[in-house]
Write a protein that binds this ligand. Structure first.
Ligand code: GLN
Ligand code: ZN
Length: 749
């Protein structure tokens, strides 16, 4: 075997102790001067670079730090500014105005990044992009001059940038791509003059299914970018195998191609079938940027050995398979916190750096591979009873037996709901007091009895509030839940929780995904006490509130040695026990939230069918044993459903509530088109903003909707949970919502 060198990109931006969050939030609160904000954020970046240098990484990524979002950075550097913000001159003010909105203009649209739980700000291209600022050059110079590190700057490439942007017509795609290519060429030329040797252009969108025309356009664009350049350009792909492997790997006029070998075996198979060009460098993503499980050294080493043999290369660059920011920063604080056996299975971003170095040294004959016993540990966690139950699922017969019409008739008799029933999505405002009490309980400053009393009191208040507001179907408020996935994970077997495993979700919002390290089961009822307590306080129906299997799976780090669908079904069976217990305890309506259902859809069309099939089964498993008279609700956010709407229908819930604040018209038309004939609650106002909707606006939305959707099936509710809102806006908003429903009831009676 020959020589390996290492490279990294997308190392986490947040700081080992969430320093970036603190800097941002104190700056936004006006408690930090701009200069201090610059200093603090620069220090976070310096630490990232120096850590990677200390870990002896050969090609360290730069330009992968961002205050808020890298795509926003790029858009602004191309002069792409949404309409409402063009009069803001100060660049820092402009940056956060676009990201977070101002009094005058709402924030730019934010959406999920590929199939991850990261969110990016969608660039809106209305004019011609121009190079306003060469950020890559600035980062490269900063790393070199301030910290003495020669880096490989990384940018999202022009194809991915354009694919994820909006505001232009499809006919403008090719010419915009060519314009962007010219700009990237200029960025590269300036980097080259400054002395940079390599640049990485990240093109995850090359994992999508592409048309012939797109392939030609992207190859042409890279022709423009690299024409007359001496700097080496590496195109990095990830999250899935490179689509149209042969055409792109051969056709792209660049010096190197980065491939993800962790996500699945497809890139490897393609190299076997089609080879790899002699004149290009292979950047092999051999340690995962997406999951937290320790690299299996023997397997990775064998893969690298095969890659050398198949490609005939004398040198291969080893790298992370996808950006490292989907991982927490470091395992340091987990030592002594997580169970040793669980800890032994894990690697976060810093540990990935070590792994790269270990693999490099082994390839270069400078070190041995450490001995691992990962299989043994995993086996020791096995729960055979759970595995048997999953194996026994009869996939063809999963689901409720009574058809919807029959169920609806029975539910009507029991529930006595008016036309346009009103409800909310589950959570009520999580005030500072609620958060403090939960933290006090966790830290042992409050006893279980004291804490329970506090939570019950909150529930009492929120039930009284909902009765006063005259809402028809009530909720218990979710005060005991810190996070809708964490809460269930904490009560299931097979989950572990980190102390400091934060991952950026968007801006200064970070999440701490649970670790599903073993087979999943439910030792005892989870929500029954809190829901039945809430129900005991009122004659109106209270909805039982659960998080669905696909969402629990997607927002956790799950095992890679067990098929995803099996884990989802394990979770579904655990939830089914909960549903049964709620029903037994007299709860008439049960909501099973699946906000991650759409986000988890695979990037490649060829894989979507399989996912949808098992995901629908997972949902149906949770409630298939309920009586026809029990009403099952589900809730989804980010409602760009489009083609998957028939599958959402196949989930067979009695009522679905969805977020539809953005593109109401489209969604109504889509539901109409597939003749969706179960209950629908289209969000009638946007809870992501503190704005109080007028009663007339809400009426208007309902009127527009029932032009297409059967009014007897229409529910009136906000578009998501109220957790992040304050009571100050929640009470007037809900008042208007109920008034609107009442007016419409009289009108359409
Ligand atoms: N029931 C949850 C809540 O109201 C749903 C949250 C979500 O859709 N993300 O908070
Ligand atoms: Zn939601």
């Amino acid at each position: 075997m020959s020589k390996a060198i290492t490279s990294t990109f997308g190392y986490p931006k947040i700081g080992e102790n969430r320093e970036l969050k603190r800097a941002l939030e104190t700056f936004w609160a006006g408690k930090l001067t701009k200069d201090d904000f610059f200093k603090q954020t620069e220090a976070v970046n310096q630490k990232r670079l120096e850590k990677q240098k200390a870990a002896e990484i050969d090609l360290i990524g730069s330009n992968d730090f961002s205050w808020y979002d890298s795509l926003l950075d790029l858009a602004l550097s191309f002069g792409i500014v949404p309409e409402g913000f063009r009069d803001i001159e100060d660049p820092v003010e402009l940056y956060f105005a676009v990201a977070r909105g101002t009094e005058k203009a709402p924030a730019a649209e934010m959406t999920k990044w590929f199939d991850t739980n990261y969110h990016y700000i969608v660039p809106e291209i209305t004019g011609l992009p121009v190079l306003k600022e060469n950020r890559a050059l600035r980062s490269w110079l900063e790393a070199k001059e301030k910290y003495g590190i020669e880096t490989t700057p990384s940018l999202i490439g022009p194809f991915t940038f354009l694919k994820l942007s909006k505001g232009y017509g499809s006919e403008a795609f090719d010419s915009l791509l060519a314009t962007l290519a010219g700009i990237y060429g200029q960025i590269l030329s300036e980097l080259e003059q400054a002395g940079a040797k390599t640049v990485r252009l990240e093109e995850p969108a090359l994992a999508f299914d592409l048309s012939e025309k797109e392939i030609a356009a992207v190859i042409a664009a890279y022709g423009i970018i690299t024409k007359d350049r001496s700097v080496s350009v590496y195109v990095q792909t990830y999250y899935e195998s490179l689509s149209h492997y042969e055409a792109l790997v051969k056709g792209l006029p660049v010096q190197g191609i980065g491939l993800d070998f962790c996500i699945n075996g497809e890139n490897f198979e393609n190299i076997k079938t089609y080879g790899f060009p002699e004149d290009k460098v292979l950047i092999a993503g051999v340690v995962s940027g997406r999951d937290v499980w320790k690299t299996e050294y023997q397997k990775a080493f064998a893969l690298i050995r095969d890659l050398f043999a198949l490609t005939g290369k004398s040198e291969i660059i080893l790298s992370n398979s996808s950006p490292l920011y989907h991982l927490p920063v470091s395992l340091n604080q987990e030592k002594g916190y997580l169970e040793d056996k669980v800890l032994a299975l894990l690697s976060f971003a810093d540990e990935r750096l070590e792994e790269l170095n270990i693999l490099k040294n082994a390839v270069n004959g400078k070190g041995e591979l450490p001995v691992q016993n990962l299989d043994e540990i995993r086996k020791s966690f096995k729960n055979e009873a759970v595995q048997k139950k999953v194996a026994a699922i009869d996939v063809k017969n999963v689901g409720r037996k009574a058809p919807f019409a029959e169920r609806l008739a029975l539910q009507k008799e029991i529930l006595h709901l008016p036309l346009f029933p009103t409800t909310t999505i589950g959570s009520y405002p999580q005030t500072a007091e609620v958060r403090k009490n939960r933290a006090d309980y966790k830290n042992g400053r409050k006893s279980t009895a004291e804490y329970l009393e506090f939570i019950q009191n909150e529930t009492k208040n929120v039930i009284a509030l909902q009765e006063k507001l005259d809402i028809d179907v009530l909720v218990h408020g979710e005060f005991e839940r810190n996070d809708m996935v964490e809460y269930f994970g904490e009560h299931f077997d097979g989950f572990a929780f980190t102390k400091n495993g934060w991952v950026q979700s968007y801006g200064s919002r970070y999440v701490k995904p649970p670790l599903i390290y073993s087979d999943v089961s439910r030792p005892k009822p989870i929500t029954v006490d809190s829901i039945t307590y809430a129900q005991s306080l009122t004659d109106r129906p209270v909805k039982g509130m659960l998080t669905g299997p696909v969402t629990i799976l997607s927002w956790s780090f799950y095992r890679k040695d067990i098929p995803k669908k099996e884990i989802a079904w394990q979770i579904a069976l655990a939830l089914r026990e909960e549903v049964t217990d709620l029903e037994k305890a007299g709860i008439k309506i049960i909501q099973i939230d699946e906000p991650a259902f759409r986000e988890a859809l695979p990037l490649k069309k060829s894989k979507q069918r399989e996912y949808l099939d098992w995901a629908v089964i997972a949902f149906k498993l949770t409630n298939e044993q309920t009586a026809p008279a029990t009403q099952i609700h589900t809730h989804m956010c980010y409602s760009e459903f489009g083609e998957i709407l028939p599958d959402i229908y196949a989930m067979d819930s009695d009522v679905i509530s969805i977020e539809a604040s953005r593109s109401k018209g489209e969604i109504i038309a889509e539901f109409h088109q597939i003749r969706y004939d179960h209950g629908i609650g289209l969000g009638v106002y946007d809870i992501h903003s503190p704005r109080v909707p007028a009663e007339s606006e809400i009426e208007d939305i309902v009127e527009k909707s029932i032009a297409f959707i059967d009014k007897k099936l229409f529910w009136v509710n906000p578009d998501c949970g109220l957790k992040t809102r304050a009571y100050a806006e929640t009470i007037p908003s809900l008042t208007h919502m109920v008034e609107a429903a009442k007016k419409l009831r009289t009108k359409y009676r």
